[in-house]
Design a protein around this ligand. Structure first.
Ligand code: ZN
Length: 267
């Protein structure tokens, strides 16, 4: 019986995830273009035909239509499908990690912000300020509420995380700017602050450190697969989003592994 309930709850989390993922696609498409996320209703980017409910079922519509518009046959970006699928899987993982808890709520909210910013940075080298600042405001409010009911990260940890994330990336941005090598955007520093506010201190340091090997590995894979050529701006915000998600799910385990190593080094 327990197994049945587990499978039922995981399925519900997956359905919630793919539905939220569908909305995140709309946000990632419209916010960078300065458009409203409410109106006009979803339409085909090619022929402009308004999409009906049967065209908007997460995952299913894309598969049923084989990635093409029902009305004009234009290809629909596979990213929509991937974002829905990945959001669904992440919601299940967050559920498995935290169960019914405050962190389940904050985890799925943070996960949603991370996905939108990962997509916009990867596709357009753009991190919309409105999303980042809304995320920072939300993280601080949730941290204050979390402090009141005794869940991490508390407001002090979130604030130190915010300053640490911003400060460290700001230094890298400043060094690259002074060296006339614009490998990062200033928005990446604010983005680092957002990740810090989400995760708190010291988990933000784990996410930042992790983003370097994660980024190098992804760049290597993309070059080998010839998906992304050399010389383009590094979508580091996307790598940080992935690192932040890994830290959200297993940061405590990573920390408990790192602490003894550091303690050993100090001795
Ligand atoms: Zn169309």
């Amino acid at each position: 019986m327990d197994v049945f309930i587990d499978i039922l709850v995981m399925s519900l989390m997956f359905l919630l995830g793919i539905s939220v993922g569908s909305f995140l696609n709309v946000v990632a498409d419209r916010i960078p273009a300065g458009k409203s996320i409410i109106s006009p209703p979803s339409h085909c980017f090619s022929c402009g035909h308004r999409l009906e409910n049967r065209d908007l079922i997460p995952l299913i519509s894309y598969l049923a239509l084989r990635g093409k518009c029902r009305y004009c046959g234009a290809s629909i970006s596979a990213r929509s499908f991937m974002v829905e699928l990945i959001t669904g899987i992440l919601f299940v993982l967050i559920w498995l990690r935290f169960g019914v808890s405050w962190q389940l709520l904050t985890g799925i909210l943070y996960c949603s912000f991370l996905i939108v910013l990962a997509v916009t940075d990867y596709e357009q080298s753009f991190l919309p300020g409105v999303v980042i600042y809304a995320g920072i405001g939300l993280a601080l409010i949730l941290a204050a509420l979390g402090s009141a009911i005794g869940f991490p990260p508390d407001i002090l940890s979130a604030t130190i995380g915010l300053l640490t994330g911003f400060g460290l990336i700001f230094l890298v941005w400043l060094a690259s700017w002074l060296g006339h090598k614009k490998i990062l955007l200033f928005a990446h520093a604010v983005w680092g602050g957002l990740v810090g506010a989400f995760l708190g201190f010291p988990l933000v340091v784990v996410a930042l450190c992790l983003s370097v090997p994660v980024g190098l590995l992804i760049i290597l894979i993309l070059r080998l697969m010839r998906i992304r050529k050399g010389g383009e701006t590094i979508p580091w915000g996307s790598f940080l989003a992935l690192s932040a998600l890994i830290t959200l799910l297993c940061g405590d385990a990573i920390l408990s592994w790192i602490y003894p190593v550091f303690a050993g080094l100090i001795k």
